[in-house]
Design a protein around this ligand. Structure first.
Ligand SMILES: NC(=O)c1ccc[n+]([C@@H]2O[C@H](COP(=O)([O-])OP(=O)(O)OC[C@H]3O[C@@H](n4cnc5c(N)ncnc54)[C@H](O)[C@@H]3O)[C@@H](O)[C@H]2O)c1
Length: 259
């Protein structure tokens, strides 16, 4: 796909992965709709980029809010790229120190936030893409979801998060099969540990040293720009479809995550 003619929607566009992807797609010539719950973060990215970057305050867990962001994107031109990269919290350990069970809501909430909201964006974006004229190869669009290597080797305390991310990985192929007749591809990125605002205010040098130690090579955390680089490649390479790509420097989580 030629990104220069594309409209892209990025959920979590004010965050680490989302912000880097917005900047990269915009630099490649796309018009980008930045969807984020956090107005300050989303507007900062939109203001930095100026023309061709629009912020729409969006709660990805709210169906109407997502619908209105997608309408905005489709109003700018043919929606071709949807990147789902919003963040949020996982759940606790299954039993606490006194062996009391975690509240059931601590499981269902991350499932709704990560898995349910991803499907909601995917289905609504796909409907908007399906209304566009096909490009070369009959392609109409591409959906890029974000899982995690926790989908494969979830750590202590990650039952809900791993289930949500595993769900995103599991639905990648059936979504690609569902959407193939209208020329929409679906690819998922499963990142390892990346230096993004999701890690809070901790010192980046210390974070890199701690989390990077477990990564075989390169011995550091990933950079959001490396996620964005892969997202751009997925958008451009029409033969990538129905697959989850690990982006992790060969990291495999131990039970506690680090090395
Ligand atoms: N950083 C990592 O190491 C890492 C590794 C694997 C997977 N991931 C996944 O990648 C995704 C993005 O992570 P990140 O590191 O860029 O996080 P981030 O915290 O830097 O950015 C997430 C963005 O999502 C926004 N957001 C949160 N809730 C929202 C909602 N309800 N509606 C709309 N926007 C909302 C936040 O305001 C923020 O701007 C997450 O799904 C995360 O689980 C991250």
């Amino acid at each position: 796909m030629d990104i220069r003619d594309a409209v892209a929607l990025v959920a979590g566009g004010g965050g680490g992965f989302g912000g880097a992807t917005v900047r990269r797609l915009h630099a490649a010539g796309a018009k980008v709709v930045i969807c984020d719950l956090d107005e300050a973060k989303g507007k900062t990215v939109a203001d930095e980029l100026g023309d061709g970057a629009v912020f729409v305050q969006t709660d990805v867990t709210d169906e109407d809010s997502v619908r209105s962001a997608i309408d905005t994107a489709a109003g700018l031109g043919p929606l071709r790229i949807a990147v789902v990269a919003h963040g949020g919290r996982g759940g606790p350990r299954t039993l606490d120190r006194e062996s009391r069970p975690a509240p059931q809501a601590s499981f269902t909430k991350p499932i709704d936030l990560f898995l349910g909201a991803t499907y909601n964006i995917d289905r609504l974006a796909a409907a908007a893409m399906a209304r566009t004229e096909p490009l070369e190869h009959g392609e109409r669009g591409v959906i890029i979801n974000t899982a995690s290597i926790a989908a494969f080797d979830g750590t202590i305390g990650q039952a809900a998060y791993a289930a949500a991310k595993g769900g995103i990985t599991a639905m990648t192929l059936p979504l690609a099969r569902d959407l193939a007749p209208v020329g929409i591809r679906v690819v998922t990125i499963a990142p390892g540990t990346f230096l993004t605002p999701a890690f809070g205010d901790a010192d980046p040098v210390q974070l890199d040293a701690y989390w990077g130690a477990a990564v075989p090579f390169p011995k550091r955390m990933g950079r959001a720009e490396e996620y964005a680089q892969l997202a751009q490649h997925i958008a451009e390479n029409v033969y990538l479809n129905g697959e989850t790509i690990r982006l992790d420097g060969a990291l495999r989580f131990t039970p506690k995550g680090g090395g």
